[in-house]
Design a protein around this ligand. Sequence first.
Ligand code: GSH
Length: 234
Amino acid sequence: MTITITAFEQSPDGGKGLARDTRVRWALEEVGQPYKVRLVSFRAMKEPAHLALHPFGQIPTYEESDLALFETGAIVFHIAQRHAGLLPDDANARARAITWMFAALSTVEPPILELATAKLLEGDKPWSTQRMPLVEDRIRGRLRQLSRRLGDADWLDGAFSAGDLMMVSVLLRLRGSGLLEEYPNLSAYVNRGEARAAYQRAFDAQLAINTGKRPSDLRSEARPGRRASGLNGE
Ligand SMILES: N[C@@H](CCC(=O)N[C@@H](CS)C(=O)NCC(=O)O)C(=O)O
């Protein structure tokens, strides 16, 4: 069974790991599944061959035998269902981990994406400086709630799960904004996620594509703590 995912031929973030193929790579690394990557240009993403896989003309996609999926939530969920390592065996704990996946994507990610839009696409608008504090405060509201729930636990609900993988992936986008650092337990939570060997393999693989370097060259120079700002496109 060969798994093939798609990724940007050249990611707009230059390899900071914000492109969403990173979360799929991370899930595959966590469960020990090898995969291939098909790189696509922005133009190819909008052409019929790719649109047949992804109706919105985006990456990543996931192909495995005669199954083709899009949307990282669905892809990571599929990987987690098929392979041990990302969801607990206990039915209730499993349902709670899945709940955190949904929470990451539908409750926490939207205000964070709004900040990227406000900075990248609307930064030159006359009303931008008035809007920015509102956007940031909506993020703070979510982070405060999440921080309160996480408390001093390592992960959101017991052992590391697909819920944490998705939540860390979403929060990572705040790096460089200063917002994450206002919540030290969330900042430490993201660091814990990034420190996982599976995340580092996933990060290095996407960085190698975007910099042309081999993973072995990257090991000494690309540790998570050394990466700069998020929120600058993916
Ligand atoms: N909700 C989708 C979002 C996918 C998405 O936004 N992909 C970005 C890259 S991270 C993309 O392809 N952007 C280019 C475009 O929309 O044209 C998911 O989670 O898979």
